[in-house]
Design a protein around this ligand. Sequence first.
Ligand code: COA
Length: 260
Amino acid sequence: MSEPNDAHVITEIKDRVLTIRLNRPDKKNALSQAMYTAMTEALKQAAADDEIRVVLFAGTRDAFTAGNDLQDFLKQPTRFNDSAVGRFIDALGHFPKAAVAAINGPAVGIGVTLLLHCDLVYAGENTRLQLPFVNIGICAEFASSLLLPKIMGHARAAELLLLGEPFTAAQAREYGIVNAVLPDAEVDAHAFERARRLAQQPPNALRVTKMLMKRWDSAQVDEAIQLEASHFLPMLRQPEAIEAMTAFMSKRKPDFSAFK
Ligand code: COA
């Protein structure tokens, strides 16, 4: 077992599967910049090392992730491509090998949008997914404004992105972003078993087939990521986002009634 950069992300290689485990349970695995950097390094290691054929994202007993650390948001550089999250998005968006995710508890924000860039996703039955970007005064990211309507249709994507309410693992499966829903206690083992099975496939055939599936949308995905970031980063510094984040930290409801 190794800990690249930060014990909040633990990596482990077993049976040619690199597990990237988010491990900051006291903050529901909210993602700090150091955690994005650790995940990016793990993905780069996995892409380069012939011994690793699959990555598996997982969380802890109570949570996959509460999304971006809300206190960390304002520390991000204003240039997306130089930021820790920008580098993570690039590394996962272009990851050439298979990626699997095992989710449970809250899966929020980028904890949902990263699933759109994995190949197989397994969810515990009590997973609560949520895309609260609008709720906190920002906009969709990681090409979710493109991929969600494409996967599930505009009406369902609009409900998830514009209302930003939590949705269930069963809904996520029906909408096509989760492969299967399992009892919470079984999701990690099931996802690992599926990852291990992928790791036994002929590796070149698997890589080429993944590349072919992603190929048709890849230019649009890259464009969507950049376009979203060009709105997202300035919005983080606007009054709507500041009100939402201050309210969360002060454990009160945000008040948007005075905004135009
Ligand atoms: N950033 C920073 N801290 C976070 C966080 C985040 N995204 N999400 C949760 N935390 C912290 C809480 O502040 C709390 O810290 P404290 O114990 O020091 O007060 C701790 O994690 C536990 O969170 P809590 O809200 O008490 O857990 P919960 O089970 O009631 O709710 C969530 C879990 C994920 C539904 C809720 O924490 C939440 O909505 N978080 C914000 C999600 C968000 O907006 N993410 C950004 C998306 S772009």
